[in-house]
Design a protein around this ligand. Structure first.
Ligand SMILES: [Zn+2]
Length: 486
């Protein structure tokens, strides 16, 4: 029997979110260990789903699953919680000898004190397991330091955005680990950093520069090259390694890995200007959307995208929508305001009341919007993702409400839950028939499920923790001035 040690911490941190990510945020998404981590995700297109399938297909492997933690992107991870995570993994991994280690990481984790906590984790695990092979899967938005390649025996990152290959990435890493154990391959890695910070607006892999980079990476995966992953990086995570990177693993040929990483990094530099964007203001974007005369049209407020660490609180797009006084049906998703949800539950369905929406966590991105509203629906519990992204994964929403503000239906929740799945709207009793504008705090992942249902998708530029102009943010570590593409 071969023994595999497993741990996972998957959190994309926006260093500029004023809300730290704590235990409740992980418990709402994933804070599991042991068998439960495998059973919960069995059959889903996720890392843990892939691990379960790998163990079923390879009965000579037995996995001991330590802490598995994941939360929706948010502010810096609570320091004490990260130390608790490290201590738990240290205790589990020192308990016995292993044949291999598999870590599922995001790559853009930041804690309240540490700019590169995943490096701390990797150094600790390497110390514990000595020369035992370590395999790691990463998100495409990882901010990777070159040291990762010397700490990790084999690794790969997602190659799709929206991320529909979480499972395929984990399967690749587990398969390469298995082949390493069998002595079939001797992986050696290299990471090249092109010195560029890229926006993710044009990072979809269905078209544009990232599609081109992925094609280059695929073509380069030949001969001794086992994997080529171009990482877009995550611009709102403030670390010394913020920005794009290219990671290559080869079978025993260090020079080939290095040369391939540097060659693809040159392509990242060449294509970098195509990742910089400008977007219309909220008012202009809404005007363009209505001028089309058909629907539904999605209007996306990316500066407060939950999957970029948004706070579901910035008022920019909502204020512009209210001021436009739309004469067609619109949906706004969403504000996170637990105190307001409590008040709406006390008032009950059908109640009319004056409320202030947005600008509650911080006034930095604009003041609240005062409106008269009617409670049209109260909801509790959650839903199961229809997919394609994270299909079959249960999502806990907690309590939430739908308000009517004239022709605008507004979703208000007590937890931050990204609007990435059609089941989110169904959970709130909202059908898209007749909806002209679907205004969402979202960016890319929204498109996996909603893209095919929309007549058009218009992104707008508003103030927020994931705003477009990176020069406005108080970076401490990232080399923004040097790395922003011209
Ligand atoms: Zn990502």
């Amino acid at each position: 029997m071969r023994r595999l040690a497993v741990a996972r911490i998957w959190l994309e941190v926006n260093s500029f979110s004023p809300i730290p990510t704590g235990l409740a945020d992980f418990e709402a998404t994933e804070w599991l260990r042991g068998e439960e981590a495998l059973t919960r995700f069995a059959g889903t297109p996720t890392e843990l789903g892939a691990l379960g399938a790998f163990l079923t297909a390879n009965s000579d492997w037995h996995a001991a699953v330590s802490r598995c933690a994941a939360a929706a992107p948010g502010g810096p991870m609570d320091e004490g919680l990260f130390e608790r995570f490290l201590a738990e993994v240290r205790e589990d991994f020192t308990a016995q000898r292993w044949d291999a280690v598999y870590l599922s990481l995001h790559g853009a984790l930041v804690t309240q004190q540490r700019p590169t906590p995943e490096l701390d984790l990797l150094r600790m695990v390497r110390d514990i397991v000595g020369r035992t092979p370590i395999g790691v899967s990463f998100d495409m938005h990882a901010n990777l330091g070159p040291e990762v390649a010397s700490l990790v025996d084999v690794a790969a990152g997602y190659k799709t955005l929206p991320h529909v290959d979480m499972d395929a990435t984990a399967t690749k890493v587990l398969t390469l680990l298995d082949r390493t154990m069998r002595g079939e391959i001797k992986p050696v890695g290299a990471i090249a950093r092109p010195g560029r910070i890229l926006h993710s607006f044009n990072m979809r892999t269905t078209d544009g520069p990232m599609q081109e980079l992925e094609a280059i990476a695929r073509a380069a995966t030949t001969g001794p090259i086992l994997d080529v992953t171009p990482f877009g990086g995550f611009p709102y995570g403030d670390t010394p390694y913020t920005g794009a990177s290219v990671m290559v693993y080869s079978d025993g040929d260090a020079a080939a890995a290095r040369a391939t990483a540097e060659r693809v990094a040159d392509d990242v530099q060449r294509l970098a200007p195509q990742f910089s964007v400008t977007r219309p203001s909220a008012a202009e974007g809404l005007r363009q959307a209505l001028a089309r005369g058909d629907g539904p049209i999605a209007v996306l407020e990316s500066a407060d995208n939950t999957y970029s660490g948004g706070i579901a609180d910035t008022p920019g797009l909502f204020r512009a929508l209210v001021e436009m006084k739309p004469s067609v049906d619109c949906v706004f998703a969403y504000f996170c305001d637990a105190a307001l949800v409590e008040r709406l539950f006390r008032a009950g369905e059908g109640a009319a009341l004056d409320v202030k929406l947005g600008g509650q966590v911080t006034g930095d991105f604009g003041p609240p919007v005062a409106v008269s509203a009617t409670v049209v629906k109260l909801a509790q519990g959650g839903f199961v993702n229809e997919g394609p992204m994270q299909r079959g994964v249960a999502v806990r929403v907690g309590r939430s409400a739908v308000l009517a503000v004239d022709r605008i239906r507004v979703i208000v929740t007590e937890q931050r839950v990204p609007v990435n799945d059609r089941a989110y709207l169904a959970h709130h009793g909202i059908a898209l028939d007749g909806v002209r504008l679907l205004c969402v705090k979202a960016k890319n992942h929204f498109r996996a499920a909603f893209g095919p249902l929309m007549k058009a998708v218009i992104e707008v530029d508003t103030p927020g923790p994931a705003g477009i102009d990176l020069r406005k943010f108080p970076y401490r570590y990232a080399r923004v001035a040097d790395y922003l593409a011209p």
